[in-house]
Design a protein around this ligand. Structure first.
Ligand SMILES: C[S@@+](CC[C@H](N)C(=O)[O-])C[C@H]1O[C@@H](n2cnc3c(N)ncnc32)[C@H](O)[C@@H]1O
Length: 224
């Protein structure tokens, strides 16, 4: 890890937060950070950021917060987001960039965001899948996390989930049933069910589409 050239790049990057005071000091104040009241969209596990950066570019009317734990992935995501902008190093204090990345575990959302602060959350192809029972406690999508996302979500806001791991998906459905989330859309094979156009393809999905692998899809809505 010491030789990872991306550590320095991430630490110096103005749109990747790694320090506790930057990540945790904004609970309930993310709109102040972005200097507008646009809807906040959260993606957890952005990977190399194909989906995240595409959304950032396509929706300047929304603000995006990405969470990821790997340095290289954070850096490449930030650079893709800045792809159509001038050199960020020269940007002024009044920059209008509509994204920020947090180097932090998704499990920490409960202390990073305030109740009702987020409009939509996206969790696509989360790992670890953890097949063995004793490892399932490491899965991101479980009751406590789902309840945290519910609490930070605005009324009628949504949580979008995709996975290619059917056992994990089944587990998620059981966990969802113990929460206040309402299931808006659900599919064990969303290509077959013609739901593929509902969202863009992520890089993980792109790698395995050719295998005709089945992808599970879930859209949850906070109906209160
Ligand atoms: C299988 S990849 C999927 C990436 C991307 N969402 C996609 O669909 O192509 C899962 C990503 O989640 C990140 N990750 C794993 N556990 C995480 C956690 N607890 N919090 C935030 N990110 C996490 C990994 O580093 C990895 O980049």
């Amino acid at each position: 890890m010491k030789n990872n050239p991306y550590i320095e790049k991430v630490l110096a990057h103005p749109y990747i937060f790694t320090k506790e005071e930057d990540i945790y000091g904004k609970q309930g104040k993310w709109c102040e950070y972005f200097e507008n009241d646009h809807a906040l969209v959260l993606e957890i596990g952005t990977g190399h950021g194909n989906f995240f950066s595409s959304e950032v570019h396509d929706h300047p009317e929304k603000n995006y917060i990405g969470m990821e734990i790997k340095y290289k992935r954070l850096y490449s995501t930030a650079e893709k987001c800045l792809g159509n902008k001038s050199n960020y190093a020269q940007s002024s204090g009044t920059d209008t960039t509509n994204f920020v990345l947090l180097k932090e575990y998704g499990q920490k959302i409960g202390t990073i965001f305030w109740g009702g602060e987020i409009r939509e959350t996206v969790v696509f192809f989360p790992d670890p899948w953890a097949a063995k029972d004793r490892q399932k406690k490491h899965r991101l999508l479980q009751r406590g996390f789902l309840e945290d996302v519910y609490r930070i979500t605005k009324s009628w806001g949504k949580l979008y989930i995709k996975t290619d791991h059917e056992d994990y998906f089944q587990f998620v459905l059981e966990e969802v049933a113990t929460t206040q989330w309402n299931i808006h859309l659900q599919s064990f094979d969303y290509v077959e069910d013609n739901l593929a156009n509902n969202t863009k393809t992520t890089e993980f999905e792109q790698m395995f589409r050719g295998d005709r692998r089945k992808f599970c899809y879930l859209e949850l809505r906070k109906e209160s």
